[in-house]
Structures are given as C-alpha cells and as structure tokens.
Design a protein around this ligand. Structure first.
Ligand code: GLY
Ligand code: MN
Ligand code: MN
Length: 444
C-alpha cells in the first residue's frame, strides 16, 4: 500500500515548529468518534490537521508540540492499552506504541491530560490551537488555562497570546510534497479505474446505485477505506442538481449519467467527474454540450502553471462556455457583455475548481492580500467546469432541457505547467463511446 512515510510526519512537525514563535506550544485534538445511531458509530476518519502532523489513527488523542523543550518536543496523549476493550474494538497503540511507532518523544494516558497539560502550558507565552473548529476542545483548553490562572498567586504564569494554528498549518498543507503527490496519484488511479468500471457497467434498467456499487467495489479493492465524499450518481435531469446524492433513480436510454466520485487513500482525496450516455451513445445535443465543457476544461489546463493566478483557469472556462453557449443559441448577445453580466451563471453556476488534498475541498487561502493567489509548484487543485440546463428552463428549446454535464480532473502544479493525476478515465466522446461499445460487445 502506498502511504505517507513516517519520516514525513517528523519533517512536518519540525517544519511547523520552526515557524512557531519562541516559547510557544501547539495543541491539537484527534477527531471525535461520530455516532450514527444509538450505539453504532460512523467509520472513523481522523481529523486532517491531526493526521497531517502525526499519522496517528486513533480517536481520543491530543498532540502537543513544544519547540525547544529539552525533554522532548513532541508529546502525545492517547488511550491506554486495555485487553478487554481491545478484544471488542481492536488494537490500540498505547503510550509505548505512540513512542515506538509514531515517533512521539513522550506519551501519556489521555485520562491524565487534565493533570499534566496545564503544567506543560504554564510558562509558555503563546498557545497555537485550531480555535473555533472544535468548541468542546476550546472549552477544555480554557479550563486548562484557568487552572494555571487560579495558581497565579503562587507564581504560575498563564500564556497571554492565543493564536489560530490554521494559518501556518494550512499554508503548509497547500504545498504537496513528493510523497503526498505519490499518494494522491494512487487515489486518482483507483478512482479512475472505478469510473471506467461504472462506464462499462452502464445499462438502461439498472439504477444509479447500481453504478455506485461498481465505484465502491473498485475503491475497496484498491485499498481505499472510503470515498473522499458522498458519491454523486445523477442520471437524466438529476445531473442538473449539483450535489445530488439520492442515487436511486432508474437509468434510462437517452439519458446522460453524471458521476462525481473519488476515493481516499491514507487520508488523501481524489475527486473525478465524468458524464456519459446510459446507452453508450451521445445524442447530438448531449455531444454538443459535452464537447463544449471539454473544450473549456482544456482551456483551463493551459492556465495552470507557476506564476499564473488562481482565477485564470476559471476565467478561461467562463469565456469558452459563454462563447459556446452563444454559438449553440442558448445565450444571445455579445460574449464580453454576457460575461460581464454573468449571464452564463444560468448554466454554469459554480467555480472551475478548488484546492485538493487531505480534504476534498482542501485548506489554503485562495487570495493573499486581496489578490488571487499565484500558483506554485506542488499546489493541487481540481478543474471541473460544467453546464447544467435546467429541466424547466423556458428560454431554451426543449431538446436542450435537463442536460447536465461536468468533467472534473485533479492536477498538481509542476514547473512546466501541471500534471493531470486522473488521466486514467476516457474523456473524449469517441473514447467513451468506444469503451462502452467494447464492454457491451463483451457482455453480449
Ligand atoms: N465533489 C465535490 C466537488 O467536486 O467539489
Ligand atoms: Mn467532484
Ligand atoms: Mn471537486
């Protein structure tokens, strides 16, 4: 299995500590277990920031970084070993495992945190934490600070600066290392394979969830624990619902099906959309819209390179789509004016992409100092233009209504431009029709 090596977690902690102010402490909790219903839990997913710095997969843990501390800079509070609990729920690293397998300089039982952490915080000037993202943990942190304050008359010194960790950490996460790109390539490869399998399986008479099952099969077979987000399998007019997740409609000949799905490997997401005809053959209107979206995506790729700014790719898609909609008679007027008045938004109402990484909509600022961010090597993003013609749009001829097309790929900025990670799924009309025809011939 391809994964982030241990040495990388250590490098990240050192890099973060090097940016922290002198005499400071960073405190970050693991994700809580989420209850699904009664005593059933959701599949556990570690918090991305916590995972980024520790690689530690368990809940009920708190990471502490204390740059310059002589007796160890990286401390982990975690669950103790417990033979009975481990019999029921699975193995735990325990404190020994935290040190031996996860590189902690020291580790303590999570149940002792109230006794130990105030003493660690005391005397540090500044506390870095993920303020606001976990209100319960924020309250704990204030409780620990108040323990120190209550001892002020004994000479205890509480910190006097509280800083959001996000700014430093999320800027680090925005730049993907070689190891991260390798994991993202693997997630992309498996997800591409899943889309191919769904294309091959597509038939009228199946349901949207039948294709979702094909995706899930490839995700799990590839070693992914779960999808990176709820898979969208949207056929017919459902393709015009951007975050459709019902996935229970019947697939019909003549309809398109839009699938937006990607798996997660070692907490790194992939995010692919493909749109194809259920029957294996595009109608003339479907083909016209499809090829317009594809042309806009190609124009966007050309705008992704170091020193180009974040919005250039989006602007490229808007121009190609608006001009194409005019050519097809779906918009009337001057292209520049239609762009200025945002007339295209009736058909293309989302942005061309987002940062991609541990979170599908990954962290990182899109603007710096009020200006669009300039792209740099190692930044990963999606490129996902779309056209959605509402089923009830009375301004267009009937033959266009209900067509929804999105094409989404994942890229990493390279020195020359960008690497497309998700090349493994066919994309041109000819390629898709050929792949689907071959699958049908084989099944016949
Ligand atoms: N899958 C969500 C998105 O494409 O942004
Ligand atoms: Mn997507
Ligand atoms: Mn996306």
């Amino acid at each position: 299995m391809i994964h982030i090596p241990k040495s990388e977690y250590s490098r990240r902690r050192k890099a973060l500590m090097a940016q922290m102010e002198p005499n400071s402490i960073a405190i970050l909790p693991a994700a809580a277990v989420a209850i699904r219903n009664r005593d059933v839990e959701h599949v556990y997913r570690q918090d991305s920031d916590f995972q980024y710095l520790s690689g530690f997969p368990e809940p009920q843990a708190v990471l502490v970084l204390m740059p310059g501390r002589v007796h160890g800079e990286y401390l982990l509070f975690c669950r103790e070993r417990n033979a009975e609990r481990e019999l029921w729920d699975g193995l735990r690293a325990g404190q020994e495992g935290a040190i031996r397998d996860f590189g902690a300089d020291d580790a303590f039982p999570i149940t002792d945190i109230d006794d130990i952490l105030p003493g660690l915080i005391e005397g540090r000037d500044r506390v870095y934490s993920a303020m606001g993202s976990n209100p319960e943990f924020d309250r704990h942190l204030m409780d620990w600070i108040n323990v120190i304050r209550s001892k002020a008359h004994l000479g205890a010194q509480p910190p006097n600066e509280y800083v959001a960790l996000d700014h430093l950490l999320h800027d680090m996460r925005l730049y993907k290392s070689a190891a991260e790109v390798k994991v993202m390539r693997e997630a992309a490869r498996i997800s591409a394979q899943a889309h191919v399998r769904a294309m091959q399986a597509s038939r009228a008479g199946l349901f949207e969830f039948s294709l979702e099952a094909e995706l899930d099969y490839e995700f799990r077979k590839g070693g992914a624990k779960m999808p990176a987000y709820g898979s969208i399998v949207a056929s017919g007019r459902n393709s015009c619902i951007l975050h459709y997740q019902q996935n229970d409609a019947l697939l019909k000949d003549g309809d398109l099906v839009l699938i937006d799905a990607g798996c997660e490997i070692d907490c790194y997401a992939s995010d692919i959309t493909r749109t194809w005809p259920v029957s294996g053959k595009f109608s003339p209107e479907q083909k016209a819209i499809y090829e317009l979206v594809l042309a806009s995506q190609e124009a966007a790729f050309a705008e992704i390179a170091p020193n180009k700014h974040w919005n250039q790719a989006h602007e490229a898609t808007v121009r190609v789509i608006t001009a194409g909609l005019v050519d097809l008679g779906l918009l009337q007027g001057d292209v520049d004016e239609l762009i200025a008045s945002e007339a295209y938004k009736a058909f293309y109402m989302h942005r061309a992409g987002h940062w991609l990484g541990m979170d599908v909509h990954d962290v990182g600022e899109y603007k710096v100092g009020g200006e669009w961010r300039v792209l740099e090597v190692g930044m990963a993003l999606t490129v996902e233009p779309g056209i959605y013609i509402a089923p009830d749009n009375q301004n267009v001829a009937k033959k266009w209504r209900g067509i929804g097309v999105r094409i989404e790929d994942d890229v990493v900025v390279t020195r020359q431009g960008c690497e497309i990670l998700t090349k493994g799924v066919p994309k041109t009309v000819a390629e898709i029709e050929a792949l689907m025809a071959a699958a049908r011939a084989q099944a016949a």
